[in-house]
Write a protein that binds this ligand. Structure first.
Ligand code: 4AD
Length: 412
């Protein structure tokens, strides 16, 4: 399909931009050549679609240095009073998202997003992982009950939309050892922030026989792989979005910064004058401050046990902490990956479930993974829109997905 935005010198010729997924080019329809159909041509409006046969010619005055002198055309899809124009409000563009997708910036983002999805797939397949799928309707919580979406499931209580594949992925490592997925996750986030969606795409991996270090290394390698693919394929798209590709180069060239939560508190105090009591989780503002200090992602490890999920492995060297890690993207983008080594002591898991107000009997299927030949294992989850937002340098995560779902918006 060829879409044209037509404008310009009506009496002599009609000019318009032909643009489709591969780019845009000015097209010229000379009146002398199209005298008979001039009335129709004169009424073609922005976003009409046409089939065109013509000659490509160099012309320095044209926006791309070339234009198409049209010889034949066929109007395929009329367009009248296209609602999108310059300087419209964010709310108006969100209501008309289905049309706004055609804008050049959204098109560039969608192309980069596609590269990222392909890169995730290629990376894990290349590392010998199997693609594995978990259910979206789930009967247990994984990341805390406060942001679960309850579903009316034929009158059954306690059915939720997946927050993560994890509790249904751990059972599968005994069959496949190395697994990954890219699937939607759902969080009933009450917060209106620039990094929270209620529905987002989650790239997750789970690895049998892992160490905590393996998990961090895979996360670092994956992010480097994604950034390399985007820089190889989408430099022009990044530039079109006003994103300087050079900002991503340190991520490729330098090792990520690794620090413990306790180190992070010290750095926040010394460099940002922020005093956080040991034991409190890092808030968005603190993560953002920390990640502005570096030009590569930070891997922050060993958070206090009480602020992290029940399945994270207690650290034998400091049992107040867990072998969990958050990856924070540079330039103040905050958390992009959350992962951990998994606790394999069944009694500790039960204790922590009870502490967090859960009923261990609902987790019997999960506890079986620890009863019958458990192995050391771990994994992580990466929010794909968070990666898209950081790579594209977007102000809000809402612009990292075609139809964002947030506390305030579920339409169109
Ligand atoms: O840190 P989280 O909650 O970890 C888990 O879900 C683990 N079960 C993953 C695992 O080990 N398999 O979420 C993982 C990532 C976060 O780092 C963030 O990038 C993204 O998911 N995320 C969100 N992205 C967009 N909107 C939200 N509301 C998000 N919540 C988490």
């Amino acid at each position: 399909m060829i879409t044209c935005e037509l404008c310009g010198s009506y009496n002599v010729a009609k000019k318009g931009m032909r643009h489709n997924a591969s780019g845009s080019k000015q097209c010229v329809l000379e009146r002398t050549h199209f005298e008979k159909s001039w009335d129709e041509i004169d009424h073609i409006q922005i976003e009409a679609s046409l089939e065109i046969i013509g000659e490509l010619k160099e012309d320095k005055r044209a926006p791309t240095g070339y234009e198409i002198q049209v010889k034949e055309y066929k109007l395929i899809g009329k367009s009248e009073n296209y609602p999108i124009a310059k300087d419209q409000s964010i709310e108006f563009l969100a209501d008309n998202r289905h049309l706004w997708l055609r804008s050049r910036k959204m098109t560039a983002m969608l192309k980069i997003r596609s590269t990222i999805f392909q890169a995730i797939d290629e990376f894990f397949k290349g590392e010998g992982f199997y693609e594995y799928h978990s259910p979206i309707f789930q009967a247990v919580q994984c990341e805390g009950g406060s942001d679960l979406f309850k579903v009316d499931y034929f009158g059954q209580k306690d059915v939720f939309l997946a927050q993560s594949w994890q509790l249904y992925a751990e059972p599968a490592i005994f069959a496949l050892e190395k697994i990954y997925t890219i699937a939607p996750s759902f969080r009933a986030e009450k917060s209106k922030t620039s990094r929270h969606l209620t529905e987002y795409w989650h790239a997750e991996m789970e690895l049998a026989w892992s160490t905590f270090k393996n998990i961090q290394d895979y996360g670092e390698k994956l992010i480097k792989f994604i950034v390399k693919k985007v820089l190889d394929k989408n430099k022009a798209d990044l530039e079109l979005m006003g994103r300087d590709p050079k900002k991503l180069e340190p991520t490729l060239k330098k090792p990520f910064v690794r620090m413990t939560y306790t180190d992070a508190l010290k750095i926040l105090k010394e460099k940002c004058d922020m005093n956080i009591e040991w034991g409190k989780d890092l808030r968005t503002i603190e993560e953002e401050k920390l990640s502005t200090l570096y030009d590569v992602p930070i891997i922050c490890t060993n958070y206090p046990k009480k602020v992290k999920a029940f399945y994270m492995m207690e650290d034998a060297k400091d049992p107040r902490t867990v072998q969990g890690c958050d990856f924070l993207a540079p330039e103040g983008h905050g958390e992009i990956i959350g992962g951990s080594q998994r606790e394999h002591d069944i009694e500790k898991i039960k204790e922590r479930l009870i502490e967090q107000g859960e009923k261990p009997e609902q987790y019997e299927f999960y506890l079986d993974t620890r009863r019958y030949g458990s192995v050391p294992h771990g994994g992580f989850g990466m929010g794909v829109e968070r990666i898209v937002r950081w790579i594209c340098g977007l102000e809000t995560i809402k612009d990292a997905i075609a139809f964002p779902r947030t506390i305030e918006r579920y339409k169109p």
